[in-house]
Design a protein around this ligand. Structure first.
Ligand code: TMP
Length: 205
């Protein structure tokens, strides 16, 4: 199974990915945790190019192309081989982040949806996560929690409000794949909600 964890800044995705991994391992699954942008040597190199530096460094179209270049490398070299070996893969962000950040975040005025979907289809074909958790939080709270300030964390609050709405739109459009989780709860409560959903969907007891 391929599970993705999505959301804005400071939602605790990384912590939840680790907790979910431990849970799955207790159930005897072999699990690979990974992240985007990144996950492979080439994609981690691109991560630095994209995320370090000034907020105006790239346009949303350039960014989209780079995220998908990194994503293809990640898919080809890490995600697909692991799935083929029967492992479960948990990715801290995947394609929904590009739609939320590069399309909704830029107020739909950067890359147009048609072009983004064309790039998406060339790169991923029909590949999609089996399950996506969208960790939802008020961006004012999330930004206070976020650690190192990368490019997007320096964007104004309106950007973050738009991308939150974007993630909620994505969830609405993909109700069987996406589950929205209130990320204002404690780490334990969020983790419990994730595990419950995974059990319900994939483990018959
Ligand atoms: P994170 O490791 O804290 O999630 O940081 C990754 C940053 O990259 C975050 O600010 C969101 C951004 N991002 C995009 O804008 N588009 C994408 O497609 C991905 C994967 C990440």
């Amino acid at each position: 199974m391929f599970i993705t964890i999505e959301g804005g800044e400071g939602t605790g995705k990384t912590t939840q990915a680790v907790l979910l991994r431990h849970f799955l391992e207790e159930y005897g699954r072999e699990v690979v945790t990974t992240r985007e942008p990144g996950g492979t040597i080439g994609a981690e190199e691109l991560r630095n190019v994209i995320l370090k530096g000034d907020v105006t460094k790239w346009s949303s179209i350039s960014e989209t192309l780079m995220y998908y270049a990194a994503r293809y490398d990640h898919l080809e070299k890490k995600i697909l081989p692991a799935l083929k070996e029967g492992k479960w893969v948990i990715s801290d962000r995947f394609a929904d982040s590009t739609l939320a950040y590069q399309y909704y975040g830029y107020n739909k005025q950067g890359i147009c949806l048609e072009d983004l979907m064309a790039i998406h289809n060339v790169t991923l074909k029909s590949f999609a996560p089996d399950l996506t958790f969208i960790l939802d939080i008020d961006p004012e709270i999330g930004l206070r929690r976020a650690g190192e300030k990368l490019r997007f964390e320096k964007m104004d609050i309106e950007f973050h409000k738009r991308l939150r709405e974007g993630f909620l739109e994505i969830a609405k459009a993909n109700p069987s794949r996406c589950v929205v989780i209130d990320a204002n709860k404690s780490i334990e409560e969020i983790s419990f909600a994730l595990k419950l959903e995974v059990k319900k969907r994939f483990f018959k007891e």
